[in-house]
Structure formats: structure tokens, C-alpha cells
Ligand binder design. Structure first.
Ligand code: BGC
Length: 748
């Protein structure tokens, strides 16, 4: 029986027939769990997620995209991540929870926290970052925000679902250290810190085993190591073998299999191939979810549409990243009399969210074109030209756009990826903007030197070909339904830009870490870059990039001083002063990276270990204190099968991006590593370095009259690689199997 099982659950379980138990482990349709009316077991609704509610009417199929109830479309994860602001993400989560409650949705299917392994992944807009710490901290805040409203979340897609190509079958071939430190790390943080009510397994295989049937993943790691107490559900259609999945730890299959898989469960219990307690365990987890959701499902509340629209706008302001701003082109003075040309169809027809299961039917939609006119003041002349058509190569009126640009004092040029370029379900094969937009930017820049580009795209696009031709670039990502308003607020300086890149913008696709290993072939994708994902790769290989991870400008500047780093055993405290040296308010995202040159295992050049977003008024200084504890300072030792905190000196670098590290300090870590356990196949060198094994093996070899230790050092160096068990059967080694057995007994 499960810990914490209620009396009610236990008596319900006892009253259920085998068929009723099996029925609880799958959906009744696309979005509901199955009820058992005879026993008054309710059915609850689970629905997408993540950045808004996509609740469909009863009859809709799950890809009927236009048909969901109106809900606030907050910035998708690509935007939220660029805020680097967990408090903001918590607020958005709470608003999402309120909307779910109002619509009687028990579980919101998100957040999606897969790591951005390649900018080509069609679903990157729904994921946070290339970095697991940033992803994990923000996703924990999201889960706490939603669940604080009495509504559950589904942490997805567990795990190694980093592409859309062949996503239902592909096997991610990934080594365990990389899996633990990069691809599972954010899941671990969120499970430990925020206990999501549910976790959704991914479609793909991991090292040859479907996630839905992966006992190691779903039970050993998730429950036994991380103490996950909730329910595991399948992604929609991820179940391959229902009985194998149940045995591995997959409790709820979604959507309904029309009873086919329920019957298989019943048959397997009857023929003895599935022990009934395994089924009972899943049933109890479903019952626990139903009782967790019950209070919110009966509360009958509504939500404040206007307040959520305002929050969506506030959030979007923090998500846009100002990449460059030559000559201080931005902000535009709202009271000036100059003429502004707004060019680009996306100003009028915004690209504000991604396509697929997360597509929300917004309560309202603000366009940049309307909002710019509203904020510009009456003194300005503003003109518009589309320049290109959304999602079509048809003539968008390049000539008209160039003429408008020629006569304007400043140009606001809206570019980005059309919806057909990126979506759930497929990956991109290029990181370029559409050709007609590349032609437009060059033509406009040729007639006007005061061009600010605003980008709308769900994953990194190449900017290097054209960005030198323009004065300013805002990376607007996808900003949700109020994004048009937020961009206008930032362009006119009513608010300060404070977004930072949560993913590197590479120069070229060929520079990206997984190039050549993405999206795989013949059913497998090899994670050949290992730990070197995102900036870990670019910084370790010292490759130039267009804009580094963590980068983002505001309308002011910051100075760093007075770095102090102290270590108290296994916790490191970093303190630094940050001053706003400009004349406007602003927020700096203080980032702490670890360099680990003295570790015995390989580490990327820099790894983000802590961060904090700090608002600072002009001319003022704030002291920022950040802590790094055991999880941030350990690595996963595959031989010992555990996280090891190594004793060593480390370097901590503090600054405003992975390539803007202003201050460095060194500190000693007191670890828990201790000497490795010696085994028969430990090498001679490992024995000699071992504090207790070393003296023992020296004494035994001298007693056995071996000249090896005192002879030619090069011979010793060569034989140092030999496992002791092999040396023990070689002539003149001074060892024999019986002596080795005695040595092993002494060191164990
Ligand atoms: C997606 C999930 C989503 C589910 C339900 C699947 O295709 O991968 O993220 O929650 O559909 O719409």
C-alpha cells in the first residue's frame, strides 16, 4: 500500500472490480479521466498548457486548434525564460492556475522543460532554455504558482525529448552523466522543490527503451531517488505496450484507448503476467489526484480578464531582449515630432505564440502597430507598410516599404519566423529568416540608417548576415497576446528592457553543438556533444557567436565591484556590488558561472550556477548575495553511480553574460569524495595513489621482490594502466592472486 493512502481510497480500491481498476488507468476521451459512477468516483479534466489554457469543447478533437475557450495567452516559455525572473513566472503560474480553476480544469499540461539541444527543434518556443539551472528555477516557480491555486501541473516531456523529427519513435542515445547533468537536471530540481502533481512521460525512447516503459526513469530515478509522490501520465499516444508501461511506473494512459488497453491490463492480471498490486498502486495514484483536485473543482470562481491582460503585458515587457542599440537609437522620444515608418506585416498581424497543442485562443490581441500609434503622441507622423506577407512568398510590397523608409526619420522594422517555419510536430532545417525578409532588411537599411529591428520567433535565428546594417535589434521571441503593447512600451522607453538571452544566438547553423548529430537517422539520435550543450559548447570551444547566453541590454549601464566569495564546507556564498551607472532605472541580471579546472573529470569552461534579477535606480548600488550549494557544486560520477562533491579549488566568475564576466574569485570546496573504492580491476596507478591501498601494494610488491616500483619510471608509467588483477598473474610483478585477495580484504 502507498504511504499516505487515505481510508477512503483504501475502501474504494477494495470495492472495485478488476475492470473498474483498469478503467481508472486511462482517459475516457481526449481530456478526461474515467469516472466510476457506481462508486461515486469523479472524472476530472486535464488540458494544455503551458502558457494559457486550451480547453476544448467536449466534442472537439485534440488538434482542433481554433476551438478552445478564450483564455489569456501569456508569453510562451521562450519568452518567460528570457525574463530570468522567477517571481514573475510565479505570478503568471498563479494566473494560469486561476483560469484553470475557473474552467474546472484539474491539471494544466505544463510546463515543458526539455533542454534546447538545437535551435532547429520545432518546439523550442515551448521550452525555457539551453541551461538546466535557469530552466529548473523558472519551472519550479511556474509549478508553485499554478499549484498554489489548487490546480495541478504536468511536468513534461520526461525525458530527452529534444526534437520533433520522428518524436514518437526516435531513440535518444545519451550517456548517463550527460543525461543526469543536462537533460534530467531541471526535472530533478522541479520535482524536489515544487512536487508537481503529475509528470508526463515523453514519446521517444531513451537508449533504446520507450520513456513510457522506462522503469529506471519512471520509478528508480523519479520516485526512488527524487521522491516524486505524484502520478505519471503518458504523453498523448505515447503508450506502446500498456502492461509493460504500467509495470515500469506509468499510471495513467492519455487519451482513451477506447478500452483496448484496459482489456489488456485485465487479461494480464488474470493470466498472472501482471501482479495486481502494480495495478492497485496506479489506481491509488489516480484516486489521490482526484482528491487533490476536488476543492478547486467545486469552487465556482471566475477570473479577472483585464487584470490577466495587464499581467501578460507586464510579463512580455520583461521577456524581450535588446540585443544592440547603436548610437542610442532607442528609446524613441514619445514627444518628438519626427516621422516613424513601421514596416513589416508582423507589426499588424503579430506572431505571438507557437503552433500545436499549446495554441491558445486569446481573450484579446494587441498589435504593435495599434499600440505604437497609441503611445507615439500626436506630434508624430507614422506610416505603415507590410513589406512581406505572413507565411507567403507573394509580393508583400517591398517597393512601397522602401519608399516609406526613405522619407522617415526612424524605421521600426518587424521581422520574424512565419508560423509554418516552426511548430510542434516538425523541426526547422535552417536558422535563417525567410528570403523575402532578408531582402527587405537590406533594402530598407540601404535608404535609412536609423532602423530598429523587432524580431518575433520561437527559437534563435541567424542575425549576423544583416544586423550590422541596422542600428538596433530587439529579440522579441513570442510574447503572448499583449506582446504588441509591451514592445511599444519598450520602444518608447515607458519601461526599461530587462530580458536576457536564455539561449545563445549562434553565427551559423554549422557552429551549433549538435550539428551532424541532429535530428539523427535510422531511428537513433546520438547526443554526441555530451555535456557541451549551448554556451557550454561555444565557450569551451572558444567559438565566436552572434550573441552569448545571458546577454541583453537596457537603457542604462551597470558596474560590478567588491566580489567576495566564501565557502562554508559545501556551500559557497557569493557577494557582489552592482551599480547603475546611467541616468535611467534598469534591472541587471547578475549571473554566477563556475569554472572547474582542478576537477578530476571534464567540465565545460563555464556553467551557470546562480543568478538574480535586481532592479536598481539610477546612480544607486545594490549588494547581491547568492548561494551555491551541494547540487550546484557536484558532478555525476558514473562509476560510483552517485553525485560526488569533489574537494578542489574552483573559480567563480560574475557578470552580465557568459561572455561578459567582470570579476573572478577562487574558493576551496570541502567535498565528500574520499578515495574511490579499490577493486580487482583498479589499475596499479590507482592503487599507488590511494591513501591506504598505496602503502599496502608497495609493501607487497617489494616483499615479492618486484623491481617494478624502483626500476625504469617509463616502464612503471606504462604498467600503471594495468588492472592489478592482470599484473598479479604476470611473471616478476611481485604479486599473485592470493596476495591481491589479501590486499582487497584490507582496503574494503
Ligand atoms: C503533446 C503534449 C500535449 C498533449 C495534449 C501532445 O501531442 O506532446 O505536450 O500536452 O499532446 O495536447
Amino acid at each position: 500500500m502507498l504511504d499516505g493512502m487515505t481510508e477512503n481510497a483504501s475502501s474504494l480500491l477494495a470495492a472495485m472490480t478488476l475492470e473498474e481498476k483498469a478503467s481508472l488507468c486511462s482517459g475516457s476521451d481526449f481530456w478526461h479521466t474515467q469516472p466510476i459512477e457506481r462508486l461515486a468516483v469523479a472524472s476530472v479534466m486535464v488540458t494544455d498548457g503551458p502558457h494559457g489554457l486550451r480547453k476544448q469543447p467536449e466534442e472537439a478533437d485534440h488538434l482542433g486548434l481554433g476551438e478552445s475557450v478564450p483564455a489569456t495567452c501569456f508569453p510562451p516559455a521562450v519568452g518567460l525564460a528570457s525574463s530570468w525572473n522567477p517571481e514573475l513566472v510565479h505570478q503568471v503560474g498563479a494566473a494560469l492556475g486561476t483560469e484553470a480553476r475557473a474552467e474546472k480544469v484539474a491539471v494544466l499540461l505544463g510546463p515543458g522543460i526539455n533542454i534546447k539541444r538545437s535551435p532547429l527543434c520545432g518546439r523550442n518556443f515551448e521550452y525555457f532554455s539551453e541551461d538546466p539551472l535557469l530552466t529548473g528555477v523558472l519551472a519550479s516557480a511556474y509549478v508553485q504558482g499554478v499549484q498554489g491555486q489548487g490546480v495541478g501541473t504536468s511536468l513534461k516531456h520526461f525525458a530527452a525529448n529534444n526534437q520533433e523529427t520522428d518524436r514518437l519513435r526516435i531513440s535518444a542515445v545519451v550517456d548517463e552523466r550527460t543525461l543526469r547533468e543536462i537533460y534530467l537536471s531541471a526535472f530533478e530540481r522541479v520535482v524536489r522543490q515544487a512536487q508537481p502533481w503529475t509528470v508526463m512521460c515523453s514519446y521517444n525512447k531513451i537508449n533504446g527503451v520507450y520513456a513510457s516503459e522506462h522503469r529506471w526513469l519512471l520509478t528508480q530515478v523519479l520516485r526512488e531517488e527524487w521522491d516524486f509522490a505524484g502520478l505519471v501520465m503518458s504523453d498523448w499516444g505515447a503508450v506502446n505496450d500498456r502492461v509493460a508501461a504500467l509495470t515500469a511506473g506509468l499510471d495513467l494512459e492519455m487519451p482513451s484507448s477506447g478500452g483496448v488497453n484496459d482489456a489488456r491490463i485485465v487479461d494480464a492480471v488474470r493470466d498472472g503476467s501482471l501482479p495486481e498490486p502494480i495495478l492497485d498502486r496506479a489506481v491509488l495514484r489516480v484516486l489521490a489526484l482526484l482528491s487533490q483536485a476536488e476543492p478547486a473543482m467545486t469552487s465556482g470562481e471566475s477570473f479577472d480578464v483585464t487584470a490577466h491582460q495587464q499581467l501578460a503585458r507586464q510579463a512580455a515587457r520583461e521577456c524581450a531582449v535588446l540585443l544592440k542599440n547603436d548610437g542610442g537609437l532607442l528609446p524613441l522620444d514619445p514627444d518628438a515630432t519626427s516621422t516613424v515608418a513601421v514596416i513589416g506585416e508582423f507589426a499588424r498581424t503579430p506572431r505571438y505564440q507557437g503552433a500545436g497543442s499549446s495554441q491558445v485562443n486569446p481573450t484579446q490581441l494587441l498589435t504593435a502597430w495599434d499600440e505604437i500609434r497609441r503611445l507615439a503622441g500626436t506630434n508624430r507622423k507614422i506610416g505603415f507598410a507590410p513589406g512581406y506577407g505572413v507565411d507567403t512568398a507573394a509580393d508583400g510590397g517591398l517597393g512601397e516599404a522602401v519608399e516609406l523608409a526613405r522619407t522617415a526619420d526612424q524605421v521600426l522594422l518587424f521581422l520574424g519566423l512565419p508560423p509554418s517555419y516552426e511548430s510542434e510536430g516538425w523541426d526547422r532545417d535552417s536558422i535563417d529568416l525567410p528570403p523575402e525578409q532578408l531582402e527587405l532588411v537590406s533594402a530598407v537599411a540601404a535608404v535609412n540608417s536609423q532602423v530598429a529591428v523587432v524580431l518575433s520567433n520561437g527559437a534563435a535565428v541567424a542575425v549576423s548576415e544583416w544586423q550590422d546594417q541596422v542600428a538596433a535589434v530587439f529579440e522579441g521571441w513570442l510574447l503572448g497576446q499583449a506582446g504588441g503593447g509591451a514592445i511599444a512600451d519598450l520602444l518608447f522607453g515607458f519601461n526599461e528592457p530587462s530580458g536576457r538571452l536564455a539561449e545563445t544566438i549562434p553565427l551559423r547553423l554549422v557552429d551549433t553543438p549538435s550539428f551532424g548529430n541532429f535530428p539523427g537517422e535510422l531511428g537513433e539520435v546520438r547526443y554526441g556533444e555530451g555535456l557541451l550543450v549551448g554556451y557550454r559548447y561555444y565557450d569551451t570551444k572558444q567559438l565566436p557567436v552572434a550573441y552569448p547566453f545571458g546577454h541583453g541590454l537596457g537603457y542604462t549601464t551597470f558596474d560590478y565591484s567588491g566580489l567576495s566569495v566564501t565557502s562554508d564546507g559545501a556551500t559557497v556564498t557569493v557577494q557582489v556590488n552592482v551599480s547603475n551607472t546611467g541616468s535611467r532605472a534598469g534591472s541587471e541580471v547578475v549571473q554566477v558561472y563556475l569554472s572547474d579546472p582542478h576537477s578530476t573529470v571534464f567540465h565545460p569552461e563555464y556553467e551557470l550556477k546562480a543568478f538574480e534579477k535586481v532592479p536598481i535606480p539610477p546612480g544607486e548600488t545594490r549588494t547581491v548575495t547568492l548561494t551555491l550549494s551541494r547540487p550546484e557544486l557536484s558532478y555525476y560520477n558514473v562509476r560510483q553511480g552517485r553525485w560526488v562533491l569533489e574537494s578542489r579549488d574552483v573559480e567563480l566568475r560574475v557578470g552580465g553574460s557568459s561572455r561578459d564576466l567582470r570579476l573572478t574569485a577562487r574558493v576551496r570546496i570541502d567535498g565528500d569524495d574520499g578515495p574511490e573504492q579499490l577493486r580487482p580491476d583498479s589499475s596499479l596507478a590507482e592503487w599507488l595513489q590511494h591513501p591506504s591501498g598505496g602503502p599496502l601494494v608497495r609493501a607487497a610488491m617489494s616483499a615479492g621482490a618486484s623491481g617494478l616500483l624502483t626500476g625504469d619510471p617509463d616502464v612503471l608509467k606504462m604498467l600503471g594502466n594495468f588492472p592489478l588483477a592482470r599484473l598479479a598473474v604476470m611473471p616478476n610483478s611481485g604479486l599473485d592472486p592470493a596476495t591481491l585477495a589479501e590486499l582487497l580484504a584490507k582496503v574494503s
